[in-house]
Design a binder for this molecule. Structure first.
Ligand SMILES: [Zn+2]
Length: 213
């Protein structure tokens, strides 16, 4: 805990503009100049380090969890504790299969089926969607929209075993960037590495849902 950097106060969030096209927006990074970055944690079936909830609570970091609905259902108490600590649950399909190229009905079943289950478990319908492996097509954006998602969120950095991997040439976290990690055994190292990278860039962690309304 003592290693958690002290951040500048987050600015009052200015929500980004959503396209009025009847489909979900798609972003690698959020279109904002505000000095914020976003932390996301995916999946939920593989590993669930017990220290996450207390860490999120004590560090007061906003986090978005893109969960597969069977893992959320099986371990709902675990994820609810993190939610209470300051995280928001969002949608990552039921079965974690690639959606790109699949039919509308298949994609809608995977997205709406998970949204229905997550809404029943956590009392709030997801408003964001992340396709497994980031693999998506225009049908995904349509189905996500039809299942209640405002935006499909990709990422600009991945964090694994305490190491930040940049998907962009600048090798620095930029305003609006989205950092992706997973519920894996080294998640605590990943959270700390993400916070340090955000701090190095002069940014403050913020909540995706405050920017996509
Ligand atoms: Zn995933």
């Amino acid at each position: 805990m003592s290693q958690v950097p002290t951040f500048p106060e987050a600015p009052p969030p200015q929500p980004v503009l959503l396209p009025a096209t009847g489909t979900a927006a798609f972003w690698h990074r959020l279109p904002t100049d505000q000095k914020v970055a976003f932390i996301s944690i995916d999946d939920g079936g593989l590993a669930r380090p017990p220290a996450v909830a207390e860490f999120v609570w004590r560090a007061r970091i906003p986090v978005t969890m893109f969960l597969n609905s069977p893992a959320a259902q099986e371990h709902d108490v675990y994820f609810r504790q993190i939610e209470v600590a300051g995280a928001v649950v969002e949608n990552h399909t039921i079965n974690h299969t690639s959606l790109a190229g699949r039919s509308y009905s298949y994609q809608k079943q995977e997205i709406c089926g998970a949204a229905d289950r997550l809404e029943a478990l956590f009392g709030k319908r997801p408003t964001l969607f992340r396709p497994p492996f980031g693999e998506h097509d225009s049908t995904t954006l349509q189905a996500a929209h039809d299942c209640g998602a405002k935006a499909v969120i990709h990422w600009t950095e991945t964090v694994h075993e305490g190491k930040v991997r940049y998907q962009t040439p600048e090798k620095v976290v930029r305003p609006g960037d989205v950092l992706l990690m997973h519920f894996r055994p080294a998640l605590m190292d990943d959270l700390l590495a993400a916070l340090k990278a955000i701090h190095r860039a002069g940014l403050t962690p913020a909540l995706l849902e405050d920017y996509v309304r």
